[in-house]
Design a protein around this ligand. Structure first.
Ligand code: SF4
Ligand code: SF4
Length: 480
């Protein structure tokens, strides 16, 4: 009798619950065929805990199931060179696994809910349901996971100014104040907010530059208040108490608080950041600490920032790595010959953060092959990695950014200038404007080996921020 059969017959009998859980764990390392399909069938077990455990075992065997399959898949080549060990289980999941599940549950819409926890399967489940003639269930599931972005975005990114009170060398918007139209005027703000209201936008997300140095910050917040719109923002938190007074919980939903390395040796800047962070907490405005790893980062540097997390009882830290920005105007990015250092630093930072009970969350996609299989598994299961960005989900960019002069970008990192937002009939229409540009970038391999990679072929790895893809296109030859 195979191990799978033993587990199957054991669970088919009425046995003691704890014993059931123990025996199911044995499947975590089982190499036999059929395990994936069996675990899928258990997801809907009437005993909820058994279903949850089956999901856990499935993830531990196939951590890539946490990844969203939404980026353009690479044109397949005959043999896989990277991640090939996943192929057999993946094929079982998407063929017999999904079809057995569909046969078992038919048009019982609620039975498919456990599969919402497996982003890699969303799109394929919808396709299989359509093939099985269960169109209504397919539509309902697609709506549930927002596969086709039917739930329209109600948030719009706006840069009131590219001016800043700091001059971080790695900033992606370095010198954009000169390139992209200075600061907004009162007239443009009113025009933008009128358009936003007409398009049912509920939240304006301020980016920059530093939004709080915008000369008409008070006017902007008043306009938002009078329209009962909300605000989120990315800030370096160096604002004065007067500006801080405008940030009240009924207006501000969320603040991403960038802590720059420069603060570490400067008690004035550090204290001001801490005071403003504490104030936001006191007002019960959600705030998260954001950190950027540069070529010069080291454990002492991020140790200070992790201390800050401890001081504020913050249990996660969002971070990204510097890269050459769109118009190559920033400095201290990781160069090609620093690739190894970049990967090592990222790993060391993540391990240090985890050892201090702070979950590091990487804000941009990076090549999954940067990590060893063990590390990748750990980071996927801990929700540290993200595999795709919102510059182009299913149909349109959810990161459309409005410049001070109301012209748009496909996202705040990709500075390709488009027309004024007010010329579009909807946010969705504005987000589709760059579709060709973005799709082209998505489909282009970052490394030549991406097309012979399990993650690349299945659209599970976006490889890198699209801005990085543009830059490497210049440095690397197209793969053959
Ligand atoms: S970057 Fe390319 S080779 Fe590396 S995991 Fe992603 S798709 Fe595969
Ligand atoms: S392209 Fe880069 S900056 Fe733009 S949304 Fe994607 S990850 Fe973010």
């Amino acid at each position: 009798m195979s191990q799978l059969e033993i587990v199957r017959s054991f669970l088919a009998e009425e046995t003691e619950k704890q014993e059931n859980y123990r025996i199911l764990h044995q499947l975590a390392g089982c190499e036999e065929n059929g395990v994936e399909s069996y675990l899928l069938t258990l997801l809907c077990d009437p005993e909820e805990k058994l279903g949850q455990l089956a999901a856990k075992v499935l993830f531990s065997r196939n951590p890539y199931l946490k990844l969203t399959r939404r980026v353009a898949a690479m044109k397949p080549v005959s043999s896989l060179e990277y991640g090939a060990e996943n192929e057999q289980r993946w094929q079982e999941l998407i063929t017999t696994g999904l079809s057995d599940f569909i046969k078992m549950h038919g048009d019982n819409v609620s039975a498919y809910i456990p599969l919402t926890h497996f982003p890699a399967l969303h799109q394929l489940l919808v396709e299989r349901l359509e093939e099985a003639g269960l169109s209504a269930v397919a539509k309902s599931f697609a709506r549930l996971v927002n596969l086709n972005q039917e739930q329209e975005r109600r948030e719009l990114i706006f840069v009131p100014t590219y001016l800043c009170n700091l001059s971080c060398p790695y900033c992606y918007a370095k010198n954009w104040h000169h390139t992209f139209g200075g600061s907004a005027t009162r007239e443009t703000i009113v025009r933008l907010l009128d358009w936003a209201q007409t398009n049912f936008i509920t939240t304006i997300s301020l980016a920059g530059g530093e939004p709080t140095v915008f000369r008409d910050f008070a006017f902007l917040t008043e306009e938002l208040r009078s329209r009962t719109m909300k605000l989120t923002m990315a800030s370096n938190l160096l604002f004065s108490p007067e500006i801080g007074a405008y940030l009240q919980p009924e207006l501000v939903d969320f603040v991403t608080a960038h802590y720059d390395q420069e603060y570490i040796g400067n008690s004035g800047l550090h204290d001001r950041y801490c005071r403003n962070f504490a104030e936001l907490c006191k007002k019960k405005i959600s705030a998260r600490i954001r950190y950027t790893l540069t070529v010069d980062s080291n454990p002492d540097e991020w140790g200070n920032i992790l201390d800050l997390c401890a001081d504020f009882a913050v249990d996660s830290i969002h971070f990204s790595l510097t890269f050459l920005n769109y118009d190559r105007s920033n400095t201290r990015p990781f160069g090609e010959n620093e690739l190894e250092r970049k990967i090592t630093l990222m790993g060391e930072f993540c391990e240090d953060a985890l050892s201090r009970k702070v979950r590091p969350v990487l804000c941009k996609p990076v090549p999954l092959c940067y990590f060893s299989p063990e590390r990748m598994k750990k980071y996927l299961l801990e929700d540290i990695l993200q595999n795709g960005c919102v510059a182009m989900d299913a149909h349109y960019s959810r990161n459309i950014t409005v410049n001070p002069d109301l012209s748009i970008f496909p996202c705040n990192g990709l500075a390709r200038k488009g027309p004024e937002i007010t010329g579009f009939a909807s946010l969705q229409e504005a987000g589709s404007y760059f579709k060709k540009f973005i799709s082209g970038l998505e489909a282009r391999p970052f490394f030549p080996q991406c097309s012979s990679c399990f993650y690349g072929q299945n659209g599970l790895c976006q490889q890198a921020c699209l801005v990085e893809k543009i830059q490497t296109e210049i440095k690397r030859p197209e793969p053959v």
